[in-house]
Write a protein that binds this ligand. Structure first.
Ligand code: GLN
Length: 448
């Protein structure tokens, strides 16, 4: 813990990954663990970790990257947080993020931008950019991110670390401040596949406090690691993920990783994900609709920031929300409200829900032909800060990541080298059928 706190002090002036550093509490917690002595029942005994700042932490400020929650101190721990704590993890900080997890670069944080530790002129990805940067900068041994449409995988890819978005329902969302409730998942962001497996092991499993958490047995994720080859593994390559719009250097690094899989005995098969071109439109309709509903609770009465000058109730709501939410969040609340309003509901929200089901069926069909799907995480490597000022351009960065959330399936980002031109990390994405994390982790580990 001392080492990590020193590393934070040395690197934070440039990286700015953390909104809150929990130095004193962390040292106290570590001392208590030391005093009690090593405990084999605590698999994360003394491991310094960082949490994305939308996971509620008892007694520790949880901002969601937003002014509206700038001084919000929850009185309970998220289930994932409580389970890690129970396993002996020591939390040393809360990571910066795009406000309410809306973004792909962490430039939408209400507080400050985070830099990519590989090149501080560039973004770390988002929305869990602080989590990606803190792991890549060696400030901690693992972090938690959340992924609604790519927010674990994009920063993992941009920062050259391992990131796993589990199957929807695998990890409890209790205490995760909701963005798109039918899409959100918590997951590990780590230096190695084995570390990701260890964190998943501790967090996975049913939680009575989250009705969407699934009561499916949690396998031994570590037991499957250590395979010698990839014989018998069928890797699906969707042409929609490998064609137009993909930067040459990303394609090259990902292709090399697939070639490596083939050398290890995997067979590749072409698969079709024909609805990929509609995924962005579908995702943004659903995500914004759910966001507009989820964010209605921030009214200046029960949580967070309140404008104290307004004299009437409605004025107080309006002023608090206008001052508390940033531009991107307001844009999405307005769009989400629009697609849910009567007269437009059928044309937009209902249509998107139908396309979502078809997209899911495409994955089912693809997984009849293969065990895992491989493709890029992002069309490019980390871009220069300010380069994607147009929100639509930013949304296009999510083309390869959002389908997994719409389908509810697990997906991960695995570092596979540096881009030839940008010299920035490239992530390979693996996707699998629901609850195939074990197989996915074992294949990923063999590629490390
Ligand atoms: N970039 C996507 C969005 O802004 C995904 C974000 C996320 O996964 N939280 O909605």
């Amino acid at each position: 813990v001392e080492h990590c706190l020193a590393r934070i002090e040395a690197t934070e002036p440039k990286v700015r990954a953390l909104i809150t550093v929990m130095g004193d509490e962390a040292l106290k917690q570590a001392e208590a663990l030391d005093a009690a002595g090593p405990d084999p029942s605590k698999p994360l005994w003394g491991v310094p970790m960082v949490l994305k700042d939308l996971l509620t932490t008892k007694g520790v400020r949880t901002t969601c990257g937003s002014r509206i929650l700038e001084n919000f101190v929850p009185f309970y721990d998220a289930t994932a947080v409580a389970r890690l704590k129970e396993a002996g993890a020591v939390f040393i900080g809360k990571a910066n993020m795009d406000e309410f997890a809306m973004g792909s670069s962490t430039e939408n944080s209400a507080f400050f931008m985070t830099a990519n530790p590989w090149d501080v002129e560039r973004v770390p990805g988002g929305s869990s950019g602080g989590s990606g940067a803190t792991v890549a900068a060696g400030q901690c041994f693992g972090a938690l991110g959340t992924d609604t449409g790519g927010s674990i995988r994009t920063p993992s890819s941009f920062c050259g670390i391992v990131g796993l978005k589990p199957t929807y329902g695998r990890i409890s969302r209790f205490g995760l401040i909701a963005y798109g409730s039918s899409l959100d998942q918590i997951g590990p962001m780590t230096r190695s596949v084995e570390d990701a497996a260890r964190l998943l092991q501790v967090m996975a499993g049913h939680d009575p406090k989250d009705s969407t958490s699934v009561d499916v047995e949690v396998p031994d994720y570590l037991a499957a690691l250590g395979r010698e080859d990839l014989k018998g593994v069928r890797i699906g390559l969707p042409e929609e993920y490998w064609g137009e719009g993909l930067d040459a250097e990303v394609k090259e690094a990902c292709r090399a990783a697939v070639a490596e899989m083939e050398k290890l005995g995997a067979v590749t098969v072409p698969v079709k994900l024909a609805l990929t071109e509609y995924a962005i439109a579908t995702y943004y309709i659903i995500a914004m609709a759910e966001a507009s509903s989820n964010l209605s609770r921030f009214d200046g009465v029960r949580f967070g920031y309140r404008n104290k000058k307004a004299e009437e109730l409605i004025d107080m709501y309006t002023a608090s929300r206008t001052e508390g939410f940033g531009d991107e969040v307001q844009r999405r609340i307005i769009m989400g409200t629009y697609v849910l309003s009567s007269g437009y509901y059928d044309a937009y929200y209902n249509k998107a829900a139908k396309v979502r089901r078809l997209l899911r069926q495409d994955f089912d069909k693809a997984f009849e032909q293969c065990d895992l799907i491989a493709g890029p995480v992002c069309p490019t490597t980390a871009f220069v800060t300010g380069d994607k000022a147009d929100p639509l351009q930013m949304y296009l960065m999510d083309i390869f990541t959002i389908s997994a959330n719409l389908a509810g399936i697990p997906a991960m980002s695995l570092p596979v080298g540096l881009g030839r031109d940008s010299h920035m990390p490239v992530g390979l994405q693996l996707m699998g059928p629901a609850f195939s994390e074990q197989a996915m982790l074992s294949v990923a580990e063999r590629l490390e």
